[in-house]
Design a protein around this ligand. Structure first.
Ligand code: IVH
Length: 669
């Protein structure tokens, strides 16, 4: 799966590069601005979702900037290497062991512990105190000469005014953007690091100065005469020379204490003004550093102790209640932004009312947040030690925050319990939040698949009152749209094209797009097969007919009740009728070729490792058909666990072949 994502990502980055070149170098764009922006956004979204994706050619690193060949190259006098990583106590113990082995001495080591700022490193060469060369890291041996860009950063002194400074000294540190500044531009970049990198490599230093960059100094490269004893002395000196150094730098005397420092830091890093992804420990004695030297790519005397890539602590600033398409109220914690494995997290789902109660989550709490893979960031636990007396229990709203309707928890007849989820009882278009979500569902890929109309656009058009009900999509004023900010005649006509294209739709997708609760894509197919065409589907709006659906396999009481409720609502009926006028709804497409062609199947009993819906899809993908009752038309009855005896008996009587799940899957393979 990761491989596939990477393939898609790389393809998009390549395409982006091509158009970027056309746009900026040759000024002859081949695609519209909107398409170009969409491509950029796709790449950035992929990077946000999958933190392992990274490319130096990504738009988040290079949007709108001339490629690096536009900067003069500059060879570093001393290579700019990276650091090896430690993730746990064992790695730290090994780190120290290797050092002592190398020195072949039993000495007590002292470390300079420093936050590992997640920005990009830069090197500043001062000749007789004057900033002469500012260089990016580049590939470590050779960087780009970006002196003028670096000079726009206020934290970088152009002159060191102290006496007795080395004739030549190269000071290294991290260029970064503060969290509060990143908040303002976060839609354009995957994380603060990318934002800093992009801004720094602008061709025009004026552009660099537009994004407020910061610089924290932490080491030296080449130095003509070195009178410092310890790294910590050097850091103090840097401060007195007018550089910004981290307030959190600390001298620590044992691995155990480093470990404790790391643990404490992990719980407070969200409170820092800038992003850090770990701590750096450096042997404090510069003399020992010199003896230890470097391996091929990292110093022996330093290590980066990384923070976990899938969880982090942060503080809950507020709890928002979001209302979903089916009225479900989902509490979402707004937290102080924290970088988890390369992605800045500022929202974490709290799932539902019960979850908040069970974990006793309150506004102001320090919580552990997990963000792993594609899973939405969620709160794992509360750090109760940090709880203050003034923090009250969170009271979950009993009315819908969007429309003010009553909310309720449904009673589940099967589990004999009330649902964990609280819902707004207004499931129609009169609850604004529900309505917007319904429209987002309507345009989504598995529904009407209007790809030119994204979720953000729906929200914008909603605010502008262009779209209040699904049918409004087919009655848009493109003239008006083309004059909106960020739009033009080309993008408006692209949108029109994509909307017109969506008008031809199959009945199952149409039914699914209505967003009726409990009617997912599979149930929509079943209903489409049963009702056959749009005309007879419209007849079903009469609720006495809906009950007939209960006879089909797969449709149960829950679905029928939901359908009845849906069609009791006058707006819903109007929506369906209006849509059926503007759309051209075709019968469902049935696959014409496949190894199960001309064979019909029916399932009874519980299947192993596969849902009923998926099993049915598999049959359809192979051109087989599903029937809903045991009649002569049935070819195979597939039996899972605890099949309905009556169905098996009927099948036997009619001489229908009965298959176990294994036999059925053998048939497919
Ligand atoms: S010292 C020879 N100190 O981490 C290594 N690096 O993975 C010299 N970084 O390229 C680096 N904070 O961009 C050092 N306090 C700190 C740092 C730090 C962040 C970055 C730097 C370096 C990378 C190494």
């Amino acid at each position: 799966m990761n491989k596939e994502v990477e393939k898609i990502y790389k393809k998009k980055v390549k395409e982006f590069q091509k158009h970027n070149k056309l746009y900026y170098d040759k000024s002859t764009p081949a695609i519209s601005d909107r398409e170009f922006d969409k491509l950029k956004a796709d790449i950035i979204n992929l990077e946000k979702k999958y933190s392992f994706l990274r490319s130096s050619k990504s738009p988040s690193d290079s949007v709108g900037f001339k490629p690096s060949k536009n900067f003069e190259k500059f060879k570093h006098k001393v290579q700019m290497l990276s650091l090896s990583n430690a993730f746990d106590r064992e790695d730290l113990i090994n780190f120290e062991k290797k050092i002592l082995n190398y020195l072949n001495e039993k000495i007590a080591l002292e470390y300079s512990a420093e936050p590992k700022i997640d920005g990009i490193s830069a090197s500043l060469t001062y000749l007789n105190g004057n900033l002469t060369y500012g260089v990016s890291r580049g590939d470590g041996s050779e960087g780009e000469l970006i002196t003028n860009n670096l000079k726009t950063i206020k934290d970088i002194p152009h002159k060191i005014l102290k006496k007795n400074i080395p004739k030549e000294i190269e000071i290294r540190g991290e260029v970064f953007i503060e969290k509060k500044d990143f908040e303002k531009i976060k839609d354009n970049f995957a994380n603060p690091r990318n934002a800093a990198s992009g801004s720094l490599r602008q061709k025009d230093p004026k552009e660099t100065s537009k994004i407020p960059l910061k610089f924290i100094a932490y080491t030296f490269g080449f130095i003509s005469e070195n009178k410092f004893k310890n790294q910590s002395d050097f850091l103090n000196e840097l401060k007195s020379w007018g550089f910004l150094t981290s307030d959190y730098n600390k001298v620590i005397k044992s691995i155990d204490d480093l470990f404790i420092f790391h643990e404490q830091f992990e719980k407070k890093r969200f409170d820092l003004n800038y992003d850090i992804d770990g701590l750096v420990y450096k042997v404090n004695s510069l003399q020992l550093q010199k003896r230890l030297g470097f391996t091929s790519n990292a110093p022996r005397w330093a290590i980066a102790h990384k923070f976990s890539a899938d969880n982090a602590y942060s503080e809950i600033l507020n709890i928002d209640i979001q209302v979903g398409r089916t009225g479900a109220l989902t509490p979402v914690a707004k937290v102080k932004p924290v970088n988890i494995g390369g992605v800045v997290v500022s929202n974490a789902t709290l799932h539902n009312e019960d979850e908040i109660r069970r974990k006793d989550i309150r506004i102001g709490d320090t919580v552990k947040i997990e963000r792993a893979g594609d899973v939405i960031p969620h709160v794992l636990e509360v750090d109760l030690k940090k709880r203050k007396k003034t923090q009250n229990k969170f009271i979950f709203p009993t009315i819908c925050p969007s429309c003010g309707s009553k909310t309720e928890k449904e009673f589940n007849k099967i589990t004999k319990k009330f649902d964990a989820v609280r819902r707004c009882t207004n499931d129609g278009y009169t609850c604004n939040k529900i309505a917007i979500e319904k429209i987002k569902h309507f345009i989504s890929k598995d529904a009407m698949n209007i790809d030119g109309l994204g979720k953000k656009v729906v929200e914008k058009f909603w605010d502008l009152k262009f779209i209040k009900l699904p049918q409004d999509i087919y009655n848009l004023d493109y003239q008006k749209i083309s004059s909106l900010d960020g739009w033009g005649s080309q993008s408006a006509s692209n949108l029109k094209f994509s909307i017109e294209n969506s008008k031809k739709v199959t009945l199952d997708k149409f039914i699914f797009s209505l967003g009726i609760r409990h009617i997912g894509i599979e149930n929509a197919k079943i209903i489409a097969d049963f009702t056959k065409n749009i005309k007879s589907f419209l007849n079903f709006l009469k609720k006495d007919k809906i009950k007939e659906l209960i006879n089909i396999d797969g449709i149960g009481e829950t679905q029928v009740k939901s359908l009845e409720k849906f069609f009791q609502n006058k707006t819903n009926i109007k929506v369906v009728e209006k849509l059926s006028e503007v759309l051209s709804v075709k019968d469902r497409e049935v696959k014409r070729k496949g190894k199960l062609k001309n064979f019909s199947f029916m399932f009874t009993g519980k299947l192993q490792n596969i849902s009923r819906a998926e099993a049915k899809s598999l049959i359809e993908e192979n051109a087989g058909s599903i029937v809903s009752s045991v009649t002569k038309k049935l070819d195979y009855l597939v039996t899972g666990e605890k099949p309905t005896n009556r169905k098996v008996e009927q099948a036997k009587n009619l001489g229908i072949k009965i298959l176990t799940q294994k036999e059925w899957s053998d048939l497919l393979n």
